[in-house]
Design a protein around this ligand. Structure first.
Ligand SMILES: [Zn+2]
Ligand SMILES: [Zn+2]
Length: 281
């Protein structure tokens, strides 16, 4: 293991929370979603086995909480076989370095996301002027510098399979970030959508707090390519998922998911795309 790993110099604890913080939901027998402050991590695997992976790695400073949540579900000293990242934003990689050191596991991400995970490239600055509420306004404090996982991060296999996640395929869903991926299991329609779309209006703090359910496009203040983001939503809607867990908000299932996702796909520009903001045109 390459021990030379570091976060960016702007890495810091972010004081934000939601009602779901610190709680988990079993969405399917082998799919568990846990909320760290305002973001979800996902544990995929049978809780009676020790074959599981962690998808995404929470907020800065949340490693101990994530380790406890994992051990609560899979037993003391359990560790995932791999960590899969939907993308490299601070709220999805916040504890990844501590977790890699503790568990000595490999991390996988799309190859276009690797510059942000190997210290090469910062994300564009969040747009606090975008149409939206409080979370957008606090977004200038969000870390954007790349973390460096060294050779502990590897590209996802080119054949579409997901390491240690039998039955799942990764789907390139750029727009929110260049190398954003979603994970889909064709046998039962389970979808881990990351931030390609989310089930809470992430910009609005009261909706983040209460996790009021609706499907929105990707969080606005960090999304830089709205054309690609739309195509990604169309791609995911065409899969007709039966259960979706997203980076922010509660899991959504069945007919509600079908209806809302179709609505988002058909009205993306109205629902998702902000009226104004520096990345809009
Ligand atoms: Zn994101
Ligand atoms: Zn996010």
């Amino acid at each position: 293991m390459d021990k030379q790993m570091n976060y960016g110099s702007d890495y810091k604890y972010i004081p934000a929370t939601s009602v779901g913080s610190g709680t988990g939901i079993q969405v399917l027998p082998d799919l568990f979603c846990y909320t760290v402050q305002i973001v979800n991590i996902h544990m995929v695997g049978d809780p009676n086995s020790n074959n599981f992976v962690l998808v995404d790695a929470g907020m800065p400073d949340s490693a101990e909480e994530i380790i406890s949540a994992v051990e609560n579900r899979f037993g003391e000293n359990s560790r995932p076989k791999a960590i899969i990242l939907t993308h490299g934003h601070f709220d999805h990689v916040g504890a990844v370095i501590e977790l890699v050191k503790r568990w000595e596991v490999s991390v996988y991400a799309h190859e276009l996301e690797l510059p942000f995970l190997t210290g090469q490239q910062s994300y564009p600055d969040p747009d606090p002027t975008v149409e939206g509420g409080m979370v957008a306004k606090m977004s200038p404090m969000f870390p954007t510098e790349p973390i460096n996982l060294g050779n502990n991060v590897k590209p996802l296999p080119a054949d579409g399979t997901v390491p240690e996640m039998t039955g799942f395929k990764w789907i390139h869903t750029p727009g929110h970030t260049p190398g954003h991926v979603s994970l889909f299991r064709g046998s039962d329609g389970a979808l881990i959508a990351g931030d390609a779309f989310v089930t809470v209006k992430q910009e609005y703090l009261y909706k983040v707090l209460t996790q009021e359910q609706e499907i929105s496009g990707p969080p606005r203040y960090l999304t830089t390519d709205w054309k690609a983001a739309k195509e990604s939503v169309l791609k995911l809607a065409a899969l007709k998922p039966t259960a979706a867990i997203t980076g922010h908000g509660l899991p959504m299932l069945g007919q509600l998911l079908t209806d809302r996702l179709e609505k988002l796909a058909n009205n993306f520009d109205d629902i998702a795309k902000p009226e104004y903001g520096k990345y809009v045109n």
